[in-house]
Ligand binder design. Structure first.
Ligand code: MN
Length: 602
């Protein structure tokens, strides 16, 4: 008896997300679509939170327009997207009316298959999205975010799959975002799923630890129906098993995919050339790394952490952070590590390491998590930590979105005439800051994609001028800036002046021995905190809000500042009770650890 295995290729979404920071542009997809459409894939994964984000933030492509063009270029293939349940493509829970509007528009613009997951595996956060997909007449795929912990047993996963089946899902996916699956564990899980529920089983496994192809084979032998692969030019490592390899592996067996290996190889050659164009986005963390089997940190999270630590000048402490992550995860009741829980756990772990004391600073996101605002934790949370974070505040037991009022009307008003369509309103809803910026730039005709650096062999020059590039796009705390170096001054008194323009505005930077500060800003350096009433932070970051002014009387522990570091906001509290003597910061200021930001007199 033979059983055809169906293939989803992730080349247009997860493959480039995993290997080149989601930077592939539509112009590099369209020329190969005719061939991709001829392959006979069950589906092509084309859209998700990161692709949407990168389109708006860096590539200055309208993600909806990308979807429509792919739809037109791939008339015979199902298009698939990854949806973060009630979070849609964003980082917070949306009200139900936004979820319904988003799913309806994604369906109209071309999505056929919605893979829906919740980072906590709390199925209550999937329900409205599943219903919306079914209302649009599309395929709803329920997702098991795979992880290992004392509470993530086969029985627990089977129970979740049955719940998703009862909610109307058409299939179930095992989403192994970190590459934690091992071949025999996969076999056991798939066997149980096939025995206990009736939905087709998809297997999405990252090859981070070099095990994904073996996992897929064991899954297939135990009854799995679909596999996710990536065309070889963007396969393996933190991506997926190579499409050509899996097709070859199954060829002639009872599990033959029926796909044309020669056609796939032509497509593979095309993408080998494309990948070179994006060399500047190749992360050093994309190769096989078996450490995930110990520290459970997904590949994407590893490169994010490395970037965050680099920004803090603390890259050498990455191994301490890797050790801290499982401890934070245990304190939070073992959430799977996937957007947004990976950021929540990862950033708290960084704070715990860099502050020299665990939970000295607790991020607002961890507080919200401990209030139940992301859903129910898979296991028990550390109650001491919960008390420390939120005191005796109420913990939400119900579905978090039940607390949200309808938002679409408000969003439409907020974005106003900048939105030319309901899709634009949804772009703004997903990414309020960069979405608005995108719509403003589009209206002004100033949309400019980030610059691609020349390919090292010199065969392509994307930057104006010859030789060394003098134009860069840098990313600081999620905002990108175009930097153009216009001149370098003579070194005097050990200082050197650099002249640049940032987003067209002239700036001067002075580098001093061992230290640097950006000229033109307020007042140079702040003094070092030493008195008990000196308020400082443990991390470099930006001031989001100043909550007190000179003369205010504050209690010990009262929040006086909100800072932002690594995209996470934290409150800084008064170290002593007293009167605010001086405030040395304003909203938007960049601050460094140990600096006196506010002085309080006891
Ligand atoms: Mn993935």
């Amino acid at each position: 008896m033979s059983k055809k295995i169906f293939v989803t290729d992730t080349i247009l979404r997860d493959a480039h997300q995993s290997l080149i920071a989601t930077r592939m542009r539509l112009e590099d997809m369209l020329p190969i679509c005719e061939k991709l459409d001829r392959v006979g894939y069950w589906s092509l994964e084309v859209w998700g939170g990161a692709t949407f984000d990168a389109c708006v933030r860096f590539l200055k492509e309208d993600p909806w327009e990308r979807l429509r063009q792919l739809r037109a270029a791939l008339p015979n293939t199902r298009l698939q997207m990854l949806l973060r349940g009630q979070n849609l493509l964003g980082y917070r829970h949306y009200s139900d009316d936004v979820v319904k509007a988003f799913v309806a528009k994604a369906a109209v613009n071309g999505i056929d298959v919605f893979r829906i997951f919740d980072a906590m595996n709390d199925v209550r956060n999937l329900r409205v999205a599943i219903e919306a997909v079914k209302a649009a007449g599309k395929h709803a795929q329920g997702t098991l975010c795979y992880t290992t912990s004392p509470v993530h047993t086969i029985d627990a996963f089977v129970a979740q799959a049955k719940q998703m089946e009862a909610m109307g899902c058409d299939s179930v996916a095992i989403k192994d975002m970190a590459g934690l699956l091992t071949p025999y564990a996969t076999g056991e899980l798939v066997k149980a799923l096939k025995a206990e529920q009736s939905l087709p089983v998809f297997i999405h496994s990252h090859d981070t630890a070099g095990l994904a192809a073996m996992c897929q084979l064991k899954a297939i032998e135990n009854g799995a129906d679909h596999i996710d692969t990536a065309i070889s030019a963007f396969a393996w490592g933190t991506s997926h098993p190579g499409t050509e390899s899996m097709v070859a592996a199954l060829k002639g067996s009872e599990y033959d995919t029926g796909l044309d290996l020669e056609l796939l190889q032509e497509i593979g050659l095309y993408f080998y050339a494309v990948r070179k164009k994006y060399h500047q986005f190749e992360s050093e963390f994309t190769a096989v790394d078996t450490r995930v089997q110990v520290n459970q940190v997904p590949g994407g999270m590893m490169s994010n952490l490395a970037n965050q630590l680099k920004e803090q000048g603390a890259l050498h402490r990455i191994n301490e952070v890797f050790e801290e992550i499982p401890k934070v995860r245990a304190d939070l009741g073992f959430p799977p590590l996937v957007t947004p829980t990976s950021q929540i756990v990862g950033t708290q772990a960084v704070f715990n390491v860099l502050a020299g004391e665990r939970y000295k600073t607790i991020t607002n996101e961890v507080k919200l998590y401990l209030q139940g605002r992301y859903g129910k934790a898979p296991g028990k949370v550390n109650e001491h930590l919960r008390f420390r974070a939120i005191g005796s505040e109420e913990v939400i037991e119900g579905r978090p979105a039940d607390l949200l009022k309808p938002e679409m009307a408000k969003l439409r008003t907020e974005i106003g005439a900048l939105a030319k369509s309901e899709e634009d309103v949804l772009t703004y809803a997903m990414f309020p800051d960069i979405g608005r910026k995108f719509l403003e730039e589009r209206a002004a005709g100033t949309l400019t994609p980030e610059v691609l650096l020349p390919i090292p062999d010199g065969s392509q020059t994307a930057v104006s001028g010859e030789g060394v590039p003098t134009e860069f796009v840098i990313d600081v705390h999620g905002e990108s800036y175009r930097v153009d170096i216009t001149g370098v001054g003579v070194k005097t008194d050990g200082k050197r002046h650099f002249y640049l323009s940032i987003d067209g505005m002239p700036e001067e930077v002075v580098f001093e021995p061992l230290n640097a500060f950006v000229g033109g800003g307020a007042g140079g350096k702040r003094k070092h905190a030493s008195a008990p009433g000196d308020v400082s932070t443990s991390m470099p970051g930006n001031i989001v809000d100043v909550l007190v002014k000179e003369g205010d009387v504050v209690k010990v522990g009262q929040p006086v500042l909100i800072t932002e570091a690594m995209k996470m906001e934290t409150e800084v509290q008064a170290p002593i009770a007293g009167t605010v003597k001086a405030v040395h910061v304003a909203k938007g200021d960049r601050v460094n650890p140990g600096e006196v930001l506010i002085e309080i007199e006891g």
